[in-house]
Design a protein around this ligand. Structure first.
Ligand code: HEM
Ligand SMILES: *[C@@H]1O[C@H](CO)[C@@H](O)[C@H](O)[C@H]1NC(C)=O
Ligand SMILES: *[C@@H]1O[C@H](CO)[C@@H](O)[C@H](O)[C@H]1NC(C)=O
Ligand SMILES: *[C@@H]1O[C@H](CO)[C@@H](O)[C@H](O)[C@H]1NC(C)=O
Ligand SMILES: *[C@@H]1O[C@H](CO)[C@@H](O)[C@H](O)[C@H]1NC(C)=O
Ligand SMILES: *[C@@H]1O[C@H](CO)[C@@H](O)[C@H](O)[C@H]1NC(C)=O
Ligand SMILES: *[C@@H]1O[C@H](CO)[C@@H](O)[C@H](O)[C@H]1NC(C)=O
Ligand SMILES: *[C@@H]1O[C@H](CO)[C@@H](O)[C@H](O)[C@H]1NC(C)=O
Length: 523
């Protein structure tokens, strides 16, 4: 019995209890994290490259703003009662004296490009820290997903430069960080950026909009100069050498007689310490939230998968296979799919070949090749496996953890018949039309069109999201053999023009379609 228990534990470990299977609710976040540039780029790092960059010009630094935003969101966490943390509640708290400046809005206004029903603003705050620290030459942080955005403000309590040490220590302790960790986190954070005269004129002594006094001599490098400048007695850090009564960094750094500061003065200790403490910072969440496993770059990932009908009216399976090539010596690959039809049977030729796209996609920690395919699947498709054969020999098979990559072919979104007409209707909205093909089967009735509607919130750049479902109506019964076409119309608030939607029948959905990819005219 014990032996059996042991082997079960071993087996679980071997197969990876939490191993990634496709599709997953972290798919989008994984793409945003690892596909920064090149083919299928998301481009988060554009906002912080180079490290000194700000789209708002002189006196601002987006990388520093992104890190500060995450800290202000996190530090009101209460470890004892499990409230607050990385929940984007800062969006409701920007009018508090403890949260001055435009940094929070700027961060959200950039991250809004990646915000959707699968990806919370709080997850994007964590991703922002990953990207900003990295863009500035700092250590690599890991990403987990699953943070949930708050729907209203949390408690106050962000430390201010005028607070006394006791107050600051107490706030960090409430959030779950002791004095050593407090010193580490402040030193790591203040490696970037500085103090703005427009928000803290009493500290910098200059209230002009471009006044920006850096914390250290290398404000655009995530390095230990914040520590060495200080220990060397040569710091210009306004929270150390500024007017008495507002030098919180001095209070914090000397809280243990400089011991922690001395321990992180060399480059390697600083980097390792910041890696650990910033990781903890971005993973502080309310106790109601369960974070995902660490999001590694997925070795083999189907992307842009779509069933459709080809010009002869035959069901066709299209998409790309994204292959991680960072750790491959041989990147000349033959990639094929092997599929099972609608009923789970293997057709006589079930091999789908792919064509390499001659442009890679990459980020700090991964590089990918993409292999495109489009093949007729006349009897439908229920799952597929992927084979990857390097030119130097050997063939690898990927089966998504054992059961293949699942595909449903009961409801198929048809983008060629769908459209977003940019003319205002009687409600002042635009008309979003979705067409879906539903398999002729008596169990597949009453498809619905489920649109994510964005509602603006006053004083907050992040809209609320709500799914609105409406019925679809029969449109055509003989366009494609074995399928009935349904159409759905939705009066879409113009504010919501860039959104996502699903078409659903019973338990099946063709989901996460982007309105921005639709034609402006209907066919
Ligand atoms: C005792 C705790 C802290 C106090 C009192 C404090 C105070 C301040 C103040 C007054 C500023 C100037 C803001 C501006 O003018 O825009 C600032 C900037 C900044 N803080 Fe802190 N901070 C603390 C801890 C932290 C921590 C733990 C982090 C992150 C790990 C952090 C990250 C930053 C960053 C990156 C900036 C630069 C922002 C920019 O350049 O736009 N701070 N902090
Ligand atoms: C804070 O916690 C860390 C890790 O548990 C420990 O090494 C350190 O000594 C603690 N610092 C204080 C001041 O208690
Ligand atoms: C900046 O300071 C000057 C001189 O003290 C003052 O006249 C001006 O109103 C201040 N501007 C702002 C935006 O506070
Ligand atoms: C801590 O370091 C600062 C800056 O070098 C120095 O002024 C201060 O005297 C030190 N404090 C202690 C207790 O060593
Ligand atoms: C995919 O692989 C799994 C196990 O490795 C196998 O059971 C399944 O039949 C394969 N599917 C196809 C379509 O070949
Ligand atoms: C099987 O189909 C693929 C295209 O999907 C084609 O490249 C291949 O030649 C076919 N094999 C046979 C034996 O017909
Ligand atoms: C943030 O942006 C909103 C608009 O989305 C605006 O109403 C608000 O005043 C801004 N807040 C700050 C502090 O800039
Ligand atoms: C949207 O356009 C379709 C025609 O494509 C029309 O039948 C429908 O009434 C329109 N819906 C609204 C809400 O305007």
């Amino acid at each position: 019995m014990r032996a059996l228990e042991h082997s079960l534990v071993f087996l679980t470990f071997l197969t990876g209890l939490y191993a990634y299977t496709w599709p997953s609710n972290i798919d989008y976040l994984e793409g945003v994290m690892y596909q920064q540039a090149g083919y299928r780029r998301f481009g988060v790092i554009d906002g912080v490259t180079p490290c000194s960059f700000s789209s708002e010009g002189e006196g601002k630094q987006a990388a520093a703003e992104w890190v500060r935003t995450a800290f202000h969101d996190m530090i009101t966490h209460n470890a004892a009662d499990g409230t607050g943390g990385m929940d984007a509640s800062i969006m409701f708290e920007m009018d508090r004296p403890e949260n001055p400046g435009s940094a929070f809005n700027s961060t959200m206004n950039f991250m809004i490009n990646f915000y959707n029903i699968q990806t919370s603003m709080a997850d994007l705050f964590a991703l922002a820290v990953y990207a900003a620290v990295r863009a500035c030459g700092g250590p690599r942080l890991s990403m987990r997903g699953g943070r949930v955005d708050a729907t209203g403000p949390g408690v106050a309590g962000v430390p201010e430069p005028t607070d006394d040490l006791e107050t600051i220590v107490a706030q960090f302790a409430t959030a779950g960080f002791n004095t050593t960790e407090m010193i580490q986190m402040v030193a790591c954070g203040h490696s970037l950026g500085g103090v703005h005269g427009i928000d803290f004129p009493d500290i910098t002594g200059d209230n002009s909009s471009t006044n920006f006094v850096h914390f250290d001599s290398t404000f655009s490098s995530f390095d230990s100069a914040i520590v060495t400048d200080y220990l060397g007695g040569a710091t210009g850090n306004p929270l150390v050498v500024g007017p008495e009564g507002s030098n919180s960094d001095l209070l914090v750094f000397t809280a243990d007689g400089n011991a922690t500061m001395r321990s992180i003065s060399d480059a390697l200790s600083f980097s390792n310490t910041c890696q650990a403490i910033l990781q903890r910072m971005i993973d502080v969440v309310p106790s109601s939230v369960t974070l995902s496993a660490i999001i590694d770059s997925i070795p083999i990932k189907p992307v842009a998968i779509q069933l459709t009908f080809d010009s002869s009216g035959t069901l066709a399976f299209t998409g790309e296979i994204r292959v991680l090539i960072s750790d491959r010596d041989d990147t000349e690959l033959t990639v094929q799919l092997h599929y099972a039809d609608h009923d789970g049977d293997i057709p006589s030729n079930n091999t789908i070949s792919t064509a390499e796209i001659h442009s890679t996609g990459y980020g700090y920690d991964a590089e990918f090749k993409f292999y495109a395919f489009s093949a007729a699947v006349p009897n439908g498709i229920s799952s597929f496996n992927i084979s990857v054969a390097p030119s130097s020999g050997g063939e690898e098979t990927y089966d998504n953890g054992g059961s293949g990559y699942p595909i449903q072919d009961n409801i198929i979104f048809l983008s060629s018949h769908s459209c977003l007409v940019q003319e205002t209707d009687a409600n002042g909205n635009w008309n979003l039309t979705a067409v879906a093909a539903v398999r002729n089967d008596e169990s597949l009735t009453n498809p619905s069109f489920d649109v994510v509607v964005k509602t603006p919130r006053i004083g907050i750049p992040v809209p609320s999201l709500a799914v609105e479902s409406s019925a679809m109506e029969v449109w055509n019964t003989d366009a494609y053999k074995g399928f009935t076409l349904y159409t759905g119309h939705f009066s879409l608030p113009i504010y919501s023009w860039s959104t996502t939607f699903d078409v659903t029948v019973g338990e099946y959905s063709d989901s996460f379609k982007f309105s921005t990819a639709l034609s402006g005219t209907c066919s």
